[in-house]
Design a protein around this ligand. Structure first.
Ligand code: HEC
Ligand code: HEC
Length: 280
């Protein structure tokens, strides 16, 4: 009787017995009624070819069962099976979550070597198919990650419209200075700074001067962002890498997909550290 030790089987057997007993009981009751029952009570007015119907209230048992079924149905839907159900996908997600939490706590304080090693691993698996094994990208386009490429049009656009896209209300991403106000410069001055920045902070004396007066207070005199006050315009800093990993990027030569949920925070930091190490 091995199968009887299973509680689901026990329940099923109990249910089958209950249904059998009920069926026999109810059938017996009605057979008895057919044999001995006498009709009594008030007839309704309607009459179908001589067949009438008594005025009966709904039986209490039936009414209770009806209401009970509705309540049970609501319970079943909201609390019982469907919405709180076991699901393979749910279990998988839970497992991934707990694995990632373990991973994050194991690497809560990674050394620089750990970060670089981890970053190289992530990069080779996840990023190199598009950015190339040595991260120089495809035919030297913008995907060359060994240097930070801020285009002239990007700088002009940011000067004109300001920038708040990299910020994040819960402070994990983004910069201490928050957003960059629009309209700091215009016309020829904006052009000069944009040329200077896009040119890798070289040449263009007017641009260099203007950068010192209009931009350096936040981005630092060398454009390296002063430890997270504002974006580092010369290297990929953590918030920019995180941002592109969270949101993906529409580039000139195609789309980079979002890596949201596919890399943990420490993996994002690691791949950022690895990318920075390539330009050192
Ligand atoms: C008041 C501080 C401040 C000043 C002044 C400032 N910036 Fe910014 N800048 C920021 C902050 C903060 C961000 C990032 C905001 C965001 O998108 O979340 C930013 C973003 C940028 C970006 C976009 C970076 C990227 O990869 O998306 C560029 C380019 C830029 N600044 C260039 C400049 C230039 C050129 C000047 C001088 C004309 C300048 N900034 C002046 C604070 C400043
Ligand atoms: C499917 C191809 C693809 C994969 C995979 C991919 N990228 Fe990209 N990535 C791109 C494209 C396309 C661009 C945009 C280039 C452009 O602006 O023309 C880009 C741009 C970037 C930029 C520049 C963002 C900026 O604002 O300047 C960074 C940083 C970057 N990728 C990092 C990564 C990292 C890290 C990985 C791996 C976790 C990765 N990418 C995986 C295609 C890819």
């Amino acid at each position: 009787m091995n199968w009887l030790s299973d509680n689901v089987n026990q329940l099923a057997l109990l249910g089958a017995a209950a249904i059998l007993i009920l069926t026999i009981g109810v059938a017996a009751k009605y057979f008895k009624q057919i044999k001995e029952g006498k009709s009594e009570g008030e007839l309704k007015e309607e009459n179908w070819d001589g067949i009438g119907e008594y005025k009966n209230n709904s039986p209490i048992g039936w009414s209770l069962a009806f209401i009970g079924t509705i309540i049970w149905g609501v319970w079943y839907w909201l609390v019982g099976y469907p919405l709180n159900a076991y699901s393979q996908i749910g279990e998988y997600n839970e497992e991934v979550k707990s694995y990632q939490a373990k991973f994050e706590s194991k690497w809560a304080n990674p050394s620089k070597e750990d970060l670089l090693g981890m970053g190289e691993g992530v990069f080779l698996v996840q990023c190199s198919p598009c950015h190339g094994i040595d991260a120089t990208g495809i035919e030297g386009k913008a995907q060359d990650l060994t240097r930070r490429f801020v285009s002239k049009s990007q700088v002009l656009d940011v000067i004109k419209r300001g920038s708040a896209a990299l910020g994040n209300p819960n402070g994990q991403l983004g910069y201490q200075l928050g957003m960059m106000p629009p309209g700091l410069l215009s016309g020829a001055d904006a052009e000069a700074v944009a040329t200077y920045v896009a040119n890798g902070f070289k040449g263009n004396n007017k641009g260099a001067e203007l950068f010192q007066s209009a931009c350096a207070s936040c981005h630092g005199p060398d454009g390296r962002g002063m430890n997270g006050m504002a974006p580092n315009l010369r290297e990929y800093d953590d918030p920019i890498i995180s941002h592109v990993l969270q949101h993906g990027k529409q580039g000139i030569i195609g789309i980079m997909p979002s890596f949201k949920g596919r890399l943990t925070k420490v993996q994002e930091r690691a791949v950022a550290a690895y990318i920075r190490s390539l330009s050192e």
